[in-house]
Design a protein around this ligand. Structure first.
Ligand SMILES: [Zn+2]
Length: 400
């Protein structure tokens, strides 16, 4: 997921070609030099020279021997895990998580702090900053070079300016996070909307790998989505695209956190599901014995699987309304895959059959042929891995 340079100059071409080689290795490694030449349509000697540069920069490494179709042995290439490391941060109403990962997004170190709702904004930011500091210390202890900090945030994120414009779930406005953290930590800081980051996480490290057209629908403390078209995350003019949770599904419906009525989130958001269950079940107090909407949501999923009829009814209704919204999106975007991510992935066994049935009723026939609906592979880690992917993308866009 990178853009080709607008004007082709020799140095720029080399950088672009190196970025293309890295991108191929990122999605399809292990590959031989010959595989790479074939995939990107460059001659062997050009590819070998780019590979030599990338090996020298430590961004890729040679792995085990493999034999080609003619039985000739050769060394295959892959992204070097020691090429650099990334700090991924996820902030939402439930708290803060921080990952330190290597260059292929394996977690080296992680921390999570739960924060209660109503904690002031500065408490969240101070916690996050303290945890980033700990991650950087870990990297230093282990001799790892940190390439940057990627952040997944709820709400409207201005990716160009690096600012969080508005997060309804946290009631935050206009936070210039990139400026604040790049000054504080002296590293590149990249920020992205939570669900868009999760879609990126699935594209690079999950079930969306090698799927050029897919929709990601996920739930953290709120629900949201990301759209991948032709292998690119659809960000729109201001980077705000994908606010599916605030698509109006019932103009006379319940009040949403954004202040409007009948958004999709008011029908399928984790908080709403928990509220529904509390209204319908006489055993809600016994079933929901943990704090927080996310934990309660997980408990309702388990209760439904164990045969709790109220929980099952609530899950199926959520599945139905997820299906209605997804069918609308399928009619518009014609994806080949819908990924059910975050906390929704926990409920996949109960809800996917309902979603599929609803899509069948509400989408146009040719759209639903060869359409898969699958749970994410990264579950609740998809957004933070997407934050990591932002940093890796940034490094791989200009590798030499
Ligand atoms: Zn809304």
């Amino acid at each position: 997921m990178f853009d080709a340079p607008a004007k082709a100059m020799p140095g720029v071409v080399r950088t672009h070609n190196a970025a293309v080689v890295l991108h191929q290795l990122r999605l399809h490694a292990p590959l031989s030099r010959a595989d790479l030449a074939k995939r990107i349509g460059l001659n062997r000697s050009t590819v070998s020279s780019i590979v030599a540069q990338l090996l020298h920069a430590g961004l890729i490494h040679e792995t085990a021997f493999q034999t080609d179709k003619l039985g000739r042995p050769g060394l295959s290439l892959a992204i070097n895990p020691l090429g650099g490391c990334a700090v991924g941060v996820e902030i939402d109403a439930a708290g803060v998580r921080v990952f330190l990962t290597d260059f292929v997004a394996n977690t080296v170190w992680s921390r999570r702090i739960r924060l209660g709702e109503g904690e002031p904004q500065e408490t969240y930011l101070h916690c996050a900053e303290e945890m980033v500091r700990q991650a950087l210390f870990q990297a230093q202890v282990q001799g790892l070079r940190v390439l940057g900090i990627g952040v997944a945030l709820p709400g409207l994120v201005d990716v160009h300016e690096g600012e969080l414009r508005y997060a309804p779930s946290l009631h935050w406005h206009d936070i210039p996070l990139r400026t604040r953290w790049s000054q504080r930590f002296g590293l590149p800081v990249l920020i992205e909307n939570h669900a868009n980051a999760a879609a990126l996480g699935e594209f690079y490290f999950g079930i969306g790998q090698n799927v050029p057209n897919f929709l990601y629908i996920g739930a953290g403390t709120t629900m949201g989505g990301g759209i991948v078209i032709n292998g690119e995350l659809c960000r729109g003019r201001g980077g705000f695209a994908g606010q599916m949770g605030h698509m109006t599904l019932d103009p006379n419906g319940l009040r949403c956190s954004c202040g409007r009525q009948g958004c999709w989130e008011t029908l399928v958001g984790p908080r709403q599901v928990v509220e529904q269950y509390k209204m319908r079940s006489s055993y809600a107090d016994q079933v929901l014995h943990e704090e927080g909407d996310e934990s309660c949501f997980a408990q309702i999923v388990h209760a439904a699987e164990a045969g709790d009829l109220a929980a099952l009814a609530v899950m199926q209704e959520m599945g139905h309304y997820l299906g209605v919204g997804i069918a609308n999106l399928v009619n518009i975007f014609n994806p080949q895959l819908v990924v059910l991510g975050g906390h929704y992935s926990l409920a996949h066994e109960t809800v996917i059959p309902v979603i599929k049935e609803t899509i069948k009723q509400h989408s146009l026939f040719p759209m639903r042929t060869a359409l898969s609906v699958l749970p994410s592979q990264r579950g609740v880690d998809d957004a933070i891995l997407g934050a990591v992917a932002l940093v890796l993308d940034d490094r791989m866009r200009a590798p030499v």
